[in-house]
Design a protein around this ligand. Sequence first.
Ligand SMILES: Nc1ncnc2c1ncn2[C@@H]1O[C@H](COP(=O)(O)OP(=O)(O)O)[C@@H](O)[C@H]1O
Ligand SMILES: [Mg+2]
Length: 359
Amino acid sequence: MNSHNAMAPIATPQNANDRPDVVRLADVRRRFGKTAALDGVSLSVRKGEILGIIGRSGAGKSTLIRCLNGLERPDSGTVLIEGRDITGLSERQLQPLRRKIGMIFQHFNLLSAKTVEENVALPLKIEGLPKVARLKRAAELLDLVGLSEKAKTYPSSLSGGQKQRVGIARALAARPALLLSDEATSALDPETTHAILGLLKDINKKLDLTILLITHEMEVVRNIADRVAVIDGGRIVEEGTVWSVFADPRSETTRSLLSTIRPQLPDHIAQRLSQNPGGEAVVSVDLAGPDANFPLFADLSAVPNSFRLIHGGIDHIQQQPVARFFIGVPDPSRLNAILQLLKGRSARVEILGYDARSA
Ligand SMILES: Nc1ncnc2c1ncn2[C@@H]1O[C@H](COP(=O)(O)OP(=O)(O)O)[C@@H](O)[C@H]1O
Ligand SMILES: [Mg+2]
């Protein structure tokens, strides 16, 4: 496992390290026949934090979530929720705990025969709260998610984004200590996804709510998570603050998951590259965080006629610049000077190959 935490002290929420763990998993294993769905997972989520767990289909994400609410029992390892090991609890002992864990789903799971406010109030009915109190709480929650005027309508009259807002209100009804989200925006268009993620971030701040967000989309992690854990084949292969993992992904899985939202060398250029020196050297340049706060191009221009910009840009994640550029250095005699200058500025540089055609 690669830990990026050492290089990223600034972007974590204040005093994050002092806050108690809401979730702590230690060496959790779960097999289905020959498949190790979870193969020794250890991770923790601190109070008030948004942890994104990303992985491809079949990586073990849903099994992980099911271990957290007691729907699945690990073969070994411990699952602590607010300090309490839940792996040995009986079905009856799990009931009150499940009410302290809110959950939202890809397909919303609303009851179509009940009104919006009845859907939101349902977890409170199960808790035995009187009707007046239930409806009062439902009204507060619908206000929180911006759907007050829909209280008396039925889910079928709502858009996907509105349905997920109802799902979020319902998940919060019993004042959970933890919100689990299993692909909650996967069925929504990009604009609605953005709005729902904004709402989750809002709620996270307002209620200091701990959120564990499971997704296969890096965009989701990028937008609202504080930290990210990458799961592959039932193992956590990478973990760290979001900006530092995006700036310097170490595992192949992470790189591949990031490929759609991180600048890549355009295919038609990549295909022309040879490993034999000759022609223009094509170099990737990565730098992020405090290291990126210097006048890069002014510096490089000090080496005359030295480089051209091929592709790339600067993203800002958790308010940190994350820069990735591809440059071409046509003159081999300038290459070393350029590389040394960049390294001296803490950039990571890699010669990807040589483009003979542009020699
Ligand atoms: N109840 C089950 N019985 C058999 N195999 C299962 C069961 N649940 C999950 N698996 C297997 O475990 C692996 C992880 O599944 P899952 O946790 O659903 O992954 P994800 O949610 O990341 O797509 C997959 O290979 C899946 O086929
Ligand atoms: Mg799943």
